[in-house]
Design a binder for this molecule. Structure first.
Ligand code: IPM
Ligand code: MN
Length: 356
């Protein structure tokens, strides 16, 4: 029996999570796997109504679930930063979800803006560090609102945080190499900017090299600068298999990754604490302009649901959701909201139908 907290959140979040729940419930009941979703009301609406962002009691409750299934956080009437820091980052930090796992995989029938690139070429995973770096909010402002205002925000890393992330990435690389020769031919990449960020970059580089020498001598490894990595995502995405990187760089390259795999509508991710409650989400935002139109693409949420089942140990279920989703992607006219040639709920209906 799995207990899942479902946070629909803002904008189109609740609509896409509803489709994900539909699909997961359908396949679980076919397989006689018991799964129970508990809706948690945490979002911008609630903040505007009550002033509450994420009450401590709710945060505590979240820790008790087997996993968290999140739609989207972000409201046009709330100042940027409040909900992001108060809900999304708070959950990631407090639940120590130190890995943000973001697969970049182009499925058959999905359009990529990259000319001459096919599903064969675009199939890698970004392991984004998820609890440190510039996201920790170290810094401040003085002389505010004067001509001499000074602001700072510091990239912070400690060796333990780097090591545990690099370790996760090496282990993932080893797993992928074992399932596919195509992956094995490619190196694991560390991405940073160590030609300029000589302290943090060096810490990451040494952690990566030393662990590689010590425990993963059999794996090919390479280092790439973040700016060059951007270029190669567009020019030679087939070079990549597992990429490990710090928080902000990972945030930025995974938006580019989302675009080359067909857009925000299809890009899923997991905020993972290997020993605790992890949270799975479509990586696109709350898309307020599509709210309530039954037009948003729920694919990313459904794929995030598959990642969640995989994480829970239900590999077969995860694989079946993914293959059903692939079929529906082939039937879709476009992956963009409003242009799919079917509604949000129709996508969920079809995936659920192909699953059972
Ligand atoms: C993401 C988002 C978040 C991030 C924002 C909303 C805080 O962009 O999940 O990638 O920067 O991590
Ligand atoms: Mn982002």
């Amino acid at each position: 029996m799995y207990n899942i907290a479902a946070i629909g959140g803002d904008g189109t979040g609740p609509e896409v999570i509803a489709e994900g729940k539909k699909v997961i419930s359908a396949i679980c009941s076919k397989k006689n796997v018991k799964i129970n979703f508990t809706d948690i009301d945490v979002n911008g609406e609630r903040y505007l109504r009550t002033g509450e962002i994420l009450p401590a009691s709710v945060l505590n409750d979240l820790k008790k679930f087997d996993a968290i299934y999140l739609g989207a956080i972000g409201h046009p009437d709330v100042k940027p930063g409040i909900l992001e820091k108060g809900i999304l980052l708070k959950i990631r930090f407090e639940l120590d979800q130190y890995i943000n796992l973001r697969p970049v995989k182009l499925f058959e029938g999905v359009e990529t803006p990259l000319k001459d690139k096919s599903p064969e070429d675009i199939d890698f995973v970004v392991v984004r560090e998820n609890t440190g770096g510039i996201y920790t909010g170290h810094g401040g402002v003085t002389r505010e609102n004067t001509q001499d205002e000074i602001a700072s925000q510091t990239m912070i890393y400690d060796r333990r945080t780097v090591d545990r992330c690099v370790k996760y990435a090496y282990e993932l690389k080893r797993k992928r190499d074992a399932i596919n020769q195509k992956y094995k031919d490619k190196p694991i990449h560390l991405v940073h900017k160590r030609n300029v960020l000589t302290y943090c970059g060096d810490l990451w580089y040494r952690a990566f090299e030393e662990m590689g020498d010590r425990e993963y001598k059999d794996l090919k490894r390479e280092y790439a600068h973040i700016d060059a990595c951007n270029m190669w995502f567009v020019k030679n995405p087939e070079w990549f298999d597992v990429i490990v990187t710090e928080n902000l760089f990972g945030d930025i390259i995974t938006d580019l990754g989302a675009m080359i795999q067909g857009g925000m509508g299809v890009s899923a991710g997991g905020n993972i604490n290997p020993n605790g409650a992890s949270m799975f989400e479509p990586i696109g935002g709350s898309a307020p302009k599509y709210k309530g139109l039954n037009a948003i693409n729920p694919t990313a949420a459904i794929l995030a649901g598959a990642m969640m089942m995989e994480f829970l140990g239900e590999t077969q279920i995860a694989m079946e959701i993914e293959s059903a989703m692939k079929k529906v992607l082939k039937e879709m006219k476009s992956t963009n909201a409003g242009k799919m040639g079917m509604t949000t709920s129709e996508v969920g209906d079809r995936v659920a139908k192909y699953c059972v």
